[in-house]
Design a binder for this molecule. Structure first.
Ligand code: IPD
Length: 281
């Protein structure tokens, strides 16, 4: 019997990246091929517009089954099924459909997001080792391994060079509750006159991967969950982005800001002035 690769070793990163990609593509095929003409809402979560479809549940089940078959000692944190413990030190962080509202409406910006992390599955302290974000509708597939780069369909990617905020295309997203949205509306209104334009695509993972590929100059959002962030934050970081929070904190639920380092410095300053890491109306 061969000894398991130490956590963080190049062999383990490669093996996890390979599995992440196979998982995301398999779940993506299920999500794509199983989409009815009219998708029904199976349940709601934080508010009436925070929805779960039957396919979110089925895709997460498939992802979990693949982990059980190939790496039964790993822990899993999934958007729909929560945390299942493990003993290996590796936790899979899964978003079976990131962009569920787009999926519901047939807008083709939704993705399967799969990451392998070590440490607590908490963005403040985890180390993301391997990642795959698979855009279900058009098949684009971003992969990354810690220290080994970020790729779109196997081709290395890099963020844009920093440009002034006034010339920067900035992606963002909004939460599902009224108070959060009121605050986010105030913040985005203050930014809009100071940037090239704002984009809201509806899948945080795809926003960060688009940034990694030069399709956005910067991105920020308050309220991301670990599964929205895990895989795409590694893709963005490995593509040369700085991914951070406000006031010296790590990226996470309070706030995530990403882009070339100089752009992030400028954007962080504006967001801090606006208390964008609070729900102040
Ligand atoms: C949502 C999307 C959206 C972002 C929300 C997320 P879900 O994830 O990523 O773009 O603005 O914050 O919750 O609910 O589609 O998995």
């Amino acid at each position: 019997m061969t000894a398991p690769s130490p956590l963080g070793s190049p062999e383990l990163v490669l093996a996890l990246q390979d599995l992440a990609e196979r998982m995301a593509r398999r779940a993506g095929a299920l999500v794509r091929d199983g989409r009815p003409d009219r998708v029904a809402v199976a349940a709601t979560k934080s508010s009436a517009v925070d929805v779960v479809t039957a396919m979110d549940l089925a895709a997460e089940e498939l992802l979990r089954a693949m982990i059980t078959a190939e790496r039964p000692d790993d822990a899993v944190l999934g958007e729909e099924g929560g945390l299942t413990g493990g003993t290996s030190g590796v936790t899979w962080v899964l978003d079976p459909i990131d962009g569920t509202v787009n999926y519901l409406y047939g807008i083709p910006a939704y993705s399967v997001s799969v990451a392998a992390v070590t440490g607590q599955p908490d963005p403040a302290t985890w180390t993301v080792l391997a990642a795959c974000v698979h855009a279900v509708a058009d098949g684009r597939t971003w992969t990354a391994g810690r220290g080994t780069g970020a790729f779109l369909d196997g081709v290395p990617v890099a963020v844009n060079d920093a440009r002034p905020l006034a010339e920067s295309l900035v992606g963002t997203g909004f939460g599902y509750t009224v108070d959060r949205r009121r605050a986010q509306g105030r913040v985005v209104a203050s930014l809009l006159p100071q940037v090239r334009d704002i984009r809201r695509m509806g899948s945080a993972a795809m926003d960060l991967c688009t940034l990694a590929t030069g399709g956005l100059d910067a991105y920020y959002e308050r309220g991301l969950s670990p599964w929205d962030l895990a895989a795409a934050s590694l893709v963005a970081t490995e593509a040369g982005a700085s991914v951070t929070g406000l006031r010296g904190r790590a990226a996470g639920t309070e706030m995530t800001v990403a882009g070339p380092p100089a752009t992030v410095t400028a954007l962080v300053r504006l967001l801090e002035e606006q208390d964008a890491d609070t729900d102040r109306p």
